[in-house]
Write a protein that binds this ligand. Structure first.
Ligand code: 13P
Length: 249
């Protein structure tokens, strides 16, 4: 079964609600492509405006983070039922920036992934090594640990719904993309791990994205790799040129 390519944007802390609406409205024709899943994960406060602007188009809107408790005294956090209420069906979990600046651990990531699945929200679970880890030759050990803990307690049926995003930290926002071979090697390793954990069928179905300086010029080569099912795109998803990634063929 062929996996559908997912072109996902991560806006990070960019775009106000009115900028989000204008960007989607101005570019929705250019972003239309039924052969590819198109998703923008946007700041929580932009969600209503982005959802309204994307209505009736092929563009899906997701969140960038979510807490793992249902409600309560967690000042500043977003509960899964709040995303449910808006009809949000995707959420990025465990981005390296959240791990680095907001102290998210593999255990927290696991709780969030489980909670998203419980709510029928597709988690885009991120993993990725630092430059030191790559240079020391421990990339795959580290990624396997992140993914293994991230998937603790997840059934095979739920596992196939998760999207895994491999984002080497040294390639994020640096303009230094992993080569397509480097990206493929790790994405293939992640698929092998999913096969060990859940069997060949789940491994065949699960989507694995590459992220880190993806742009209109390198998307085609990356997405042509057998184990890369699309991209999680930061900077280039804030520009009309994101259409070049969507229409990478
Ligand atoms: P850039 O595409 O800006 O390198 O960011 C990648 C990323 O972190 C997406 O989540």
């Amino acid at each position: 079964m062929a996996r559908k390519i997912l072109a996902a944007g991560n806006w990070k802390m960019n775009m106000t609600p009115s900028q989000a609406a204008a960007f989607i409205n101005d570019n929705k024709e250019a972003f239309a492509n039924d052969e590819v899943d198109v998703l923008f994960c946007v700041p929580a406060i932009d969600l209503p405006a982005a959802l309204a602007a994307a209505e009736g188009t092929n563009i899906k809107i997701g969140a960038e983070n979510m807490y793992y408790e249902e409600k309560g005294a967690f000042t500043g956090e977003i509960a899964p039922c709040m995303l449910d209420d808006l009809g949000v069906k995707y959420v990025i979990i465990g981005h390296s920036e959240r791990r680095e600046y907001f102290a998210e651990t593999d255990e927290i990531v696991n709780k969030k992934v489980l909670k998203a699945l419980e709510h029928g929200i597709t988690p885009l679970m991120c993993c990725g090594e630092t430059l030191t880890q790559r240079e020391q030759g421990v990339t795959m050990d580290f990624i396997r640990q992140q993914v293994k803990i991230g998937f603790l307690g997840i059934s095979a049926e739920d596992a196939r719904k998760v999207v895994i995003a491999y984002e080497p930290i040294w390639a994020i926002g640096t303009g230094k993309t992993a080569t397509s071979d480097q990206a493929e090697e790790v994405c293939k390793g992640i698929r092998e791990l999913i096969c060990e954990l859940y069997g060949a069928e789940t491994a065949e179905e699960i989507r694995i994205l590459y992220g880190g300086s993806v742009n209109g010029g390198n998307a085609a080569e990356l997405f042509a790799k057998p184990d890369i099912d699309g991209g999680l795109v930061g900077g280039a998803s804030l520009k009309p040129d994101f259409s070049k990634i969507i229409n990478y063929k």
